[in-house]
Design a protein around this ligand. Structure first.
Ligand code: AGP
Length: 607
């Protein structure tokens, strides 16, 4: 997944291309580059690594030009170096691309045999070469672009500039998002409205297969058949303000500490704190007739869906399945007509999740999504959106988005249980009441921050770490392992605590810390037994439970974190905090790039 931007302006565009790329860096930061027209010629500046390297390059070698494109890369084909950095260009065109061209090798072979010499290992360079060849064969720009697009298989969002054409940018999208921005005598293209927000509020989202010929006065949009189409212009609600870290060292740390507030904000958008009644956005189907739910998501969002599966089945008595999106579409699950497909996504742009959504749409499912970006592709393609009000989440490792996803899902579950009669009013009110206690309990847990930092000093020396939990604490164990590995680079695994005796307990020795999540409830005793099996074999256990629970283990655990007493229903929200803090401090101690860990990106817009 990468971020692309294009600007057609009355003044030099390089500074604003950089500004847009800074707001797109969450989509990848392996390399970055821009291209502009200087006296009709294509000029490029590119740099390996973070955007700041391109910024320094431009300080040393400034670039003028009133039409330009920019790119920040998450490498798919070709190592993350300057040679493979976008824009890719010939003497006639320059291209930036987000997506994967699946038939790129066939196109490269064809172009090679017609004499083209590739300078990079990327799939994208095949696009610039294809368009160039069409132009050299005498095709007009429109025909050259359309002919080339028709040769591509796979996903792309493109911005293209042409030598000698100072009043032209071409955009195209298939499988990856692309927004058009309208300025005052200026026009813009960007991977999302967030990138364009400092430039304009007037946005038009291109649809699947659309391509557009943009000049400073207008944008002509065509569908995949080349038929002229109109697309609605809208006013984006996104702010152009840049988000800062405040007094925090990292965005992730800030976002961990924002959770009491944003969980409260999200809860208030569904729950009347006086009547304890939950109100969902209006649904195009009868909630009382929901017979099953397929939950589909990726990564951390998938673990939120996993908790919701337990809740839907136990509280609302609804069969629920959870799938990682990249597997779901290919297992061809039977999808009875009228079922609910529920997608969870912070960015709303995750290609695997979006592809699964479209698969469910084709199978007549009701599409419900829990998203944090209201103008995202997933939100726009859903029948109903259950918003999370986490605010922009900049840290690649998802934290506040996760707990606000759990908040929205908890409200959905209570509403389903009430609608189908499995949850009588008193119990529903009691569950809702327990949700209202979460923000203040979270604030209490955040007070453990320094204790957890001390603990992280030891964890940071580990080679492997295990996370254990039962019931809804099991997906939280999975999430804890993901947090640790994705930002500290320590290998970690989450396991159902009861599963340890079926093999993983062979891993236990004093070099493998075990983080055990043991909230109160009917599974506490069994979790305690599993933990004692680990301790009996010399395992070093970090025991996370409430006061009574910690006392039960006495001094046998290597360390413990005492949590506030809370209803088992909302334990997943609360027990997320210590595992987030543990991962954060461990990563800081290990000196990794906490907010932009290696090889990752915030939004994975390729399948
Ligand atoms: C979370 O810490 C990870 N960065 C990643 O697993 C993320 O949750 C996943 O890529 C899904 O992203 P989404 O919520 O934007 O769809």
């Amino acid at each position: 997944m990468c971020g692309i931007i294009g600007i057609l302006s009355k003044g030099d565009v390089a500074p604003r291309l950089l500004l847009g790329l800074r707001r797109l860096e969450y989509r990848g930061y392996d390399s970055a580059g821009i291209a502009t027209l200087v006296n009709g010629r294509i000029e490029r500046r590119r740099a390996e690594g973070k955007l700041v390297n391109l910024q320094n390059e431009l300080k040393d070698n400034p670039l003028i030009g009133e039409v330009g494109i920019g790119h920040t890369r998450w490498a798919t084909h070709g190592a993350p170096n300057e040679r493979n950095a976008h824009p890719h260009a010939t003497h006639k065109v320059a291209v930036v691309h987000n997506g994967i061209i699946e038939n790129f090798q066939q196109l490269r072979d064809e172009l090679n045999s017609s004499g083209y010499i590739f300078e990079s290992d990327t799939d994208t360079e095949a696009i610039s070469a294809l368009i160039t060849r069409e132009l050299e064969n005498g095709a007009s720009i429109n025909v050259a672009v359309k002919t080339s697009l028709d040769r591509l298989e796979g996903a792309f969002a493109l911005a293209v500039i042409f030598a000698g054409e100072h009043n032209l940018i071409v955009g195209a999208r298939r499988g990856s998002p692309l927004a058009l921005g309208y300025g005052d005598g200026e026009m813009y293209l960007g991977s999302d409205a967030h990138a364009l927000a400092p430039l304009t509020k007037r946005i038009c989202y291109l649809e699947e297969g659309d391509w557009t010929i943009v000049t400073s006065e207008r944008a002509d949009i065509y569908d995949k058949n080349g038929t002229p189409v109109q697309r609605d212009e809208m006013e984006t609600a996104l702010s152009g303000a840049t988000i800062g870290k405040g007094n925090f060292e990292h965005f992730m740390q800030k976002e961990i500490f924002e959770q009491p507030a944003v969980v409260g904000d999200t809860l208030q958008s569904y729950l009347n704190a006086h009547t304890l009644e939950i109100t969902l956005p209006s649904l195009p189907f009868d909630l009382s007739e929901v017979s099953r739910v397929n939950l589909v998501a990726c990564g951390t969002a998938c673990y939120a869906g996993w908790v919701a599966k337990y809740w839907l089945e136990r509280i609302a008595r609804i069969p629920a399945e959870i799938d990682v999106a990249s597997e779901f579409r290919y297992r061809d699950a039977p999808l009875p007509k009228g079922g609910i497909a529920l997608f969870v996504s912070q960015s709303g742009e995750t290609a695997d999740t979006l592809a699964a959504l479209r698969h469910c749409r084709e199978n007549d499912q009701h599409i419900v999504s829990v998203v944090n970006v209201g103008e995202s592709s997933i939100a726009r393609e859903s029948d109903v959106v259950l918003p999370t009000l986490a605010g922009p989440e900049i840290g690649v490792a998802s934290t506040k988005a996760f707990t606000t996803q759990l908040t929205s899902l908890a409200c959905f579950v209570i509403a389903v249980g009430k609608a189908n009669g499995t949850l009588e009013h008193v119990k529903a009110a009691s569950l809702a009441k327990s949700l209202t206690e979460v923000p203040s309990r979270m604030a209490e847990v955040l007070n453990h921050d320094q204790d957890i930092r001390e603990l992280a000093i030891n964890i940071s020396k580990s080679r492997d770490v295990l996370y254990l939990g039962r019931g809804t604490a099991y997906p939280i164990a999975l999430e804890g392992a993901l947090k640790l590995k994705e930002i500290s680079y320590i290998h970690a695994e989450g396991y159902a605590a009861g599963e340890m005796k079926h093999g993983p307990i062979a891993l236990i020795d004093d070099g493998v810390p075990v983080i055990a999540l043991a909230p109160p409830g009917e599974l506490f005793e069994k979790t305690l037994s599993n933990v004692q099996e680990v301790i009996a074999r010399g395992g070093k256990v970090v025991f996370i439970s409430d006061h009574e629970g910690v006392k039960r283990l006495e001094k046998k655990s290597w360390a413990s974190i005492t949590m506030p007493k809370i209803d088992d229903f909302v334990a997943p929200l609360l027990y997320s905090i210590p595992i987030q803090l543990l991962a954060y401090h461990t990563a800081v101690i290990r000196g990794t790039d906490v907010d932009q860990p290696r090889n990752l990106a915030k939004s994975v817009t390729v399948e």
